[in-house]
Design a protein around this ligand. Structure first.
Ligand code: G3I
Length: 462
């Protein structure tokens, strides 16, 4: 797929509508006077990020700008499938870990990009199909999201799965050919592996209300209605020389489905409108309360995949461009994400109950522990997420047994240690999740091949 050609073809409508909306907002919002992108975005409850090539973290001009201006980073390539699992089952996190360390040392959050994509797959995956590919893909999601658990603000779980052109349908790919449910299987596996990360679908040529963005909109609406765990949609926003007049309205219609929206890979072709478009995109995000952050796809023009387009906010010497000023001004002029106000009702006046506290545990919370399972199954495999709930005495440790269907076997486990892989398999707590207070809940998970039907966990506490 030629992104460059696609993005040039995509952008058609003038900036006027978005500009007008932005001017109205500037009059009604709380102005502030941040002097860096990160400070100004943070004042409004948002992040401002950049895509980073970790090889440049030793270039001083680059790092100086990165640390001064950005409070979020995303790996331009280092967390993709070809980089993180170059051989099947052999994981390499050098580049990703380096970026996470840099972020943590400099007060930045991290976007994860991207768990599954039809491009930048390792050679071994490119040659796979059917349930072997599905199992490998879900295992990849599970392993990588588990490795980075607790360190990622938002994951691009699936990238660019919709086709360009008028149909609004899925793109053909080896992943798509494993079954239309591959996207939801990936989201469920990512949630099981890192429950704290926001899970995003990310795509390009979605810069207004068009057939492609509507196809994605319908998928998100369907996911929300069926409880598939999706939290956000990324709009890459690789832009040409104009901006669709309904750019903001498109963000808003997704937000109205109950997901956050993020501008994830912003860059704009150089030319008369570049600075104007950067400002208009920033204003559009500020005007949508669920637009939680903006990421530009590189730091200086010379760092950009778009080469001579000079598509970013800093020139090759590290000087701020007019586009930078427009973005900063739009951040400062925009409204903050509303925070939930504290309740204004007076505290209740009913007196506290005078009964003595019960000395026996309430019925229904037995000693020991209980376990329940939720399953994400596909033809040939499954991911099980098991919830362990401590009884009234709490636990020092727990052990959960499941009996698998004939022919099924456990291929990997997270947040527990498995004994056995077929028949009756036992899962013991790991160091950090064995000790639970009364009624406290923890989760572990495992992936298996074959059928997950009939799994009924039983829990024993120690
Ligand atoms: O690292 C190798 C190097 O060792 C080798 O000598 C050289 C020869 O071609 O290739 C280098 O790898 C390149 C890599 O960038 C790092 O520079 C790859 O060939 C090249 O394909 C890769 O391009 C990346 C592209 O995704 C791949 O599709 C771009 O850097 C990256 O900016 C771009 O990012 C994508 C997002 O992930 C998804 N959305 C679109 C966006 C732009 O295409």
């Amino acid at each position: 797929m030629n992104h460059r050609r696609a993005l040039r073809a995509a952008v058609t409508v003038a900036v006027t509508g978005v500009l007008a909306a932005g001017m109205t907002m500037a009059l009604t919002s709380t102005a502030s006077a941040g002097t860096t992108l990160r400070a100004s975005a943070a004042e409004k409850g948002r992040y401002f990020g950049a895509a980073v090539a970790t090889g440049k973290l030793s270039t001083s001009t680059y790092v100086t700008i990165l640390n001064r201006e950005f409070n979020s980073v995303v790996a331009e390539n280092e967390m993709k499938w070809d980089a993180t699992e170059p051989q099947q089952g052999q994981f390499r996190y050098t580049g990703g870990d380096r970026l996470v360390s840099h972020a943590q040392a400099n007060g930045m959050s991290v976007r994860g990009h991207a768990l599954l994509w039809h491009q930048q797959q390792p050679g071994w995956a490119q040659g796979m199909s059917g349930s072997a590919l599905r199992n490998a893909a879900i295992n990849h999601v599970t392993q990588v999201a588990t490795h980075f658990r607790g360190k990622i603000h938002s994951w691009d779980v699936v990238n660019e799965a919709f086709a360009d052109g008028g149909g609004g349908g899925r793109r053909d790919s080896n992943l798509q050919r494993t079954g239309n449910d591959w996207i939801e299987a990936a989201f469920r596996a990512a949630r099981a592996a890192d429950p704290g990360a926001k899970l995003c679908y990310n795509d390009y040529n979605t810069d207004g209300i068009n057939a492609k963005s509507t196809g994605i909109y319908n998928m998100v609406r369907d996911f929300k209605s069926r409880g598939v765990p999706i939290d956000c949609v990324g709009f890459q926003s690789h832009l040409g020389t104009s901006l669709a007049g309904d750019y903001q309205a498109n963000l808003q219609r997704f937000a109205d489905l109950g997901v956050d929206v993020q501008i994830t890979e912003l860059d704009v072709m150089t030319g008369g409108n570049q600075a104007t478009i950067f400002g208009a995109v920033t204003r559009a995000c500020m005007n949508v309360s669920r637009c939680t952050g903006i990421t530009v796809w590189g730091v200086r023009d010379c760092d950009s995949w778009r080469g001579s387009d000079n598509a970013l906010l800093f020139d090759c010497n590290g000087n701020k461009k007019a586009a930078y000023t427009n973005v900063l001004n739009a951040l400062n002029a925009g409204p903050a994400i509303p925070t939930t106000p504290p309740p204004t009702d007076p505290p209740p006046t009913t007196p506290p109950p005078t009964d003595p506290p019960p000395t026996t545990p309430p019925p229904g919370t037995p000693d020991g522990c209980s376990a329940s399972v939720s399953l994400n199954s596909w033809n040939g495999g499954f991911v099980a997420t098991v919830k362990v709930t401590a009884g009234s005495a709490g636990t020092n440790g727990w052990n959960v047994g499941v009996t698998l269907a004939s022919g099924a076997s456990v291929t990997n486990t997270w947040s527990a240690t498995a004994s056995g892989s077929t028949g009756t398999v036992r899962f013991a707590n790991v160091d950090y999740n064995g000790r639970l207070g009364a009624g406290q809940v923890t989760e572990f998970g495992f992936q298996g091949t074959g059928s997950g039907a009939g799994i009924t966990p039983t829990c024993t506490a120690s």
